[in-house]
Design a protein around this ligand. Structure first.
Ligand code: DHB
Ligand code: FE
Length: 310
């Protein structure tokens, strides 16, 4: 059986990709951002998922404003990086998992979530930046990727509740796939940011931290937040955060928060990052070596330290 073992939340600021591609990672401004993902890269290297389901939004790269699906599942064999104006990012082409993706599409659509099936798609910074943050800059990505693009760029985006319930339907779909596959699901985007207009540069750290706390402990509370509150409190682009609720819906009700990182700013955005593990894995279903587990315990301590710094 395929199993979702953990969820990862991560911002996807395009300037992070530009810093990587232009050799700026050691500059103090960027080092502050990248240093927060060092432990996460270790965690990912230990976790070794077979497939990453990456919930992200397309920023008018694959879909123009002529046509914006609410939920679009990438069922292709591969997804090349999109040209966002400076040529495609120099990252490897992402290999899909068409069999599992088709299975998820069938299961989720028969569960009455009307996904758009996408058989050809380029992926932008919304997907490639979180991949870099968690997997580094390898010559080949170490796992297959199933992109799930969500409309958060043109009103009306889906509600947080709809996203959360879609996460649950994805989990059910994954667990009815017969092959033993380890799956990590990503929620990307956010946290608070507004890119244009009189409130450009808006960041609301109190809102962001509350969101991360509830994501971990009381996600149902987040599902009741209306769009207007995201806009008012977290900025026009803060609505990207609803995508994290798909990731959270795909996890157990109770999870272990094994890592958290928050820094302000990167470009215009508050960078948030969280790793949540399903407990079944922590309870011993993991195939990880004992050494890896003690590394996990260390990561957990760091998470608490970071969290308690507030
Ligand atoms: C920025 C952040 C985003 O999430 C995005 O899609 C584009 C720009 C920014 O902070 O500049
Ligand atoms: Fe974005």
């Amino acid at each position: 059986m395929a199993t979702i073992i953990a969820g990862v939340g991560s911002s996807h600021v395009p300037a992070i990709g530009a810093a990587l591609d232009n050799g700026k990672t050691e500059e103090p401004y960027w080092k502050r951002v990248f240093s927060g993902f060092e432990k996460s890269k270790d965690w990912m290297a230990q976790t070794k998922p077979d497939v990453a389901i990456v919930v992200y939004n397309d920023h008018a790269s694959a879909f123009s404003v002529d046509m914006i699906p609410t939920f679009a599942l990438g069922c292709a064999a591969e997804f090349p990086p999109a040209d966002e104006g400076w040529g495609p990012r120099p990252v490897p082409v992402l290999k899909g998992h068409p069999e599992l993706a088709a299975h998820i599409a069938q299961s989720v659509i028969l569960d009455e979530f009307d996904l758009t099936v996408v058989n050809k798609m380029e992926v932008d910074h919304g997907l490639t930046v979180p991949m870099n943050l968690l997997f580094g800059t390898p010559k080949e990505w170490p796992c297959r990727v199933i992109p799930l693009a969500v409309n958060v760029v043109m009103y009306p985006p889906p509600t947080g509740h709809r996203c959360y319930m879609l996460g649950k339907a994805i989990r059910k779909a994954v667990e009815s796939y017969p092959e033993d596959l380890k799956i990590v699901i990503f929620g990307t985007g956010g946290l608070s940011h507004q890119i244009s207009g009189p409130r450009a540069g808006l960041i609301n750290s109190k809102w962001d931290k509350n969101f991360l706390d509830n994501l971990s402990k009381d996600p149902k509370k987040l599902t009741r937040i209306p769009h207007i509150d995201y806009m008012r409190e977290a900025g026009a682009e803060g609505i990207e955060m609803v995508m994290w609720l798909i990731m959270r819906g795909a996890l157990d009700d109770k999870v272990d928060e094994v890592y958290r990182f928050y820094t302000v700013p990167a470009s215009n955005t508050a960078v948030g990052h969280i790793i949540l593990e399903n407990r079944r894995k922590a309870a011993g279903k993991s195939k990880r070596a004992p050494a890896a587990r003690s590394k996990q315990a260390a990561a957990r301590k760091v998470a608490h330290r970071i969290a308690s710094k507030g």
